[in-house]
Design a protein around this ligand. Structure first.
Ligand code: ADP
Length: 481
């Protein structure tokens, strides 16, 4: 428990108690003044000037410290300062009470119970050991008072006129006083310290609760954000599916209602068109499913060890050779070094690089080269797919990785396309701890750069490792999810 924390819990409370104690002190001042006033009638008239002096001293330091407390309220005094003030006031009060006791019959004074009263109040404010010290101090003070009065070193002031000092009564009173002082400190301290530790527990529980509430609120807002993005995504997906479906429906109605005869040339053309639209619909649905699988199924993906990117890209060159030849695009491999990922999902990587290289072919111009560059830089594989095709307008550079975004020049150049390929690429690359970016300076061709860390071990792969599932590229037929 740090001093700061302690001050946070008990500082304001101690402050309140000191103010309350100050108000009680005014009662004591009034009591002393009343004693001085009624003294002559009660039989101890001779000491009234002493009582007035004590009352004045108590009134003065009470006035001073109450003022000090009020002023320090805004300054936010630390607990240590407040405790020092409380301790000082306690000593002053006890000293004043001891002097008053001396003038009102010494150890036979009816004011003795007020020591016990002070001890109880003090223990609620101060640490137990300080109060034991004060109880010891008061006991010694009372003993000194009795001894000095008994030996005639100081004058005995009887409470009742003509009264004499009875040493045995005084001694008995002293013993009772000492027992009462220590007993009260012990009892009050055990109750107060239990209350203090309860307060600390309560504060800690409140803090933990507010921490949890904060975390919950953050999670809730994340969830809301996710929900918003999900419904936005669903809306644009549905929107993308609606227009081809609408086209198919219109075609079917025209044919079913015999507005156009399906056996005619025009009918045949309509059917071919509907078939084409169905293909694009299917392509969208397939891409959407792929994207959903990648987003949802990272932990179910076939994470494999030692994925050789040179091999993976070389295989893709073979499988895309026909498309490249059809569009008269010359594919050039430019590999330097060997890049092997510690962990990877081969089918997903194939899918991603296939999208990038296929785009390079699709959006290229005839007879232009398409270079796939592979380098290893700072423990990362850097793959660049460089084409000299139609390029990407600057306004679209940041957005092409979003779902369903297709630049107008791309739509013009190649009608077919879902606008989902690059979203899949981004998802796959990020699942491997990498990044993907695009440049298209002056819209003269495009360069897609994929950076994949070689030593990345995703948490999903770590789980596999712990489960003793240690697979490698080529060891099995890889299917995504
Ligand atoms: P799709 O190719 O099916 O339209 P993608 O998500 O693969 O969908 O690409 C999104 C958009 O990014 C394309 O429509 C096109 O505008 C732009 N794009 C992607 N690759 C290239 C490229 N190599 N050259 C020019 N534009 C490209």
């Amino acid at each position: 428990m740090t001093a700061n924390r302690f001050s946070y819990i008990f500082g304001p409370e101690l402050y309140g108690r000191l103010l309350w104690f100050g108000r009680l002190r005014w009662l004591a001042v009034c009591g002393l003044a009343l004693g001085a006033l009624l003294g002559p009638w009660l039989g101890f008239g001779g000491v009234w000037p002493s009582l007035v002096v004590i009352a004045s001293v108590v009134a003065l330091y009470n006035l001073f410290f109450q003022g000090l407390l009020h002023h320090s309220r805004q300054a936010g005094r630390s607990f240590t300062n407040l405790r020092a003030v409380a301790m000082f006031l306690m000593v002053m009060d006890l000293a004043a009470l001891m002097v008053t006791t001396h003038f009102t019959g010494g150890l036979q004074s009816p004011l003795l119970p007020f020591f016990a009263f002070h001890m109880a109040l003090g223990t609620v404010m101060l640490a137990g050991r300080s109060m034991y010290l004060l109880a010891g101090g008061v006991s010694l003070g009372a003993l000194a008072l009795l001894l000095l009065e008994a030996r005639g070193r100081i004058e005995f002031h009887p409470m009742i006129a003509g009264g004499t000092l009875d040493v045995s009564t005084g001694s008995l009173n002293l013993l009772t006083l000492v027992a009462a002082l220590f007993g009260i400190v012990y009892l009050t301290d055990s109750v107060a310290s239990r209350l203090k530790s309860r307060s600390i527990e309560l504060l800690e529980a409140t803090e933990a609760l507010s921490d949890r509430t904060e975390t919950l609120q953050r999670l809730l807002s994340e969830l809301e954000d996710l929900e918003r993005r999900k419904s936005h995504y669903m809306r644009i997906s549905a929107h993308q599916l609606r227009s081809p479906l609408g086209t198919i429906k219109t075609t079917l109605r025209v044919l079913v209602e015999r507005i156009v005869d399906p056996s005619t040339k025009r009918g045949r053309k309509l059917l071919d068109g509907a078939l084409e639209v169905t293909d694009s619909l299917l392509a969208i649905v397939n891409d959407l499913l792929d994207l959903a699988k990648i987003r949802e199924g990272r932990d179910r993906a076939p994470w494999s060890r030692g994925v050789n990117l040179n091999q993976l890209l070389a295989d893709l060159f073979d499988s895309l050779a026909t498309e490249a030849a059809e569009r008269q695009v010359k594919m050039i491999p430019d590999f330097e070094g060997v890049a092997v990922l510690d962990w990877g999902v081969p089918p997903a990587l194939v899918h991603a690089f296939e999208n990038l290289i296929y785009n390079g072919i699709k959006y290229s111009l005839a007879e232009r080269p398409l270079t796939v560059e592979l380098r290893t830089v700072d423990e990362s594989a850097v793959i660049k797919i460089i084409d000299q095709g139609i390029g990407i307008p600057e306004a679209f550079l940041d957005r092409v990785f979003l779902e369903f975004v297709r630049a107008p020049n791309a739509k013009q150049h190649a009608a077919e396309g879902t606008g989902l390929g690059l979203a899949i690429v981004k998802e796959v690359v990020e699942a491997h701890g990498g990044t993907v970016s695009v440049e298209s300076p002056g819209q003269e061709g495009s360069t897609f750069t994929v950076r994949l860390p070689l030593r990345h071990t995703p948490s999903e792969a770590q789980r596999l490792l712990r489960a003793g599932n240690d697979r490698g590229y080529g060891a099995e037929t890889h299917r995504w999810a």
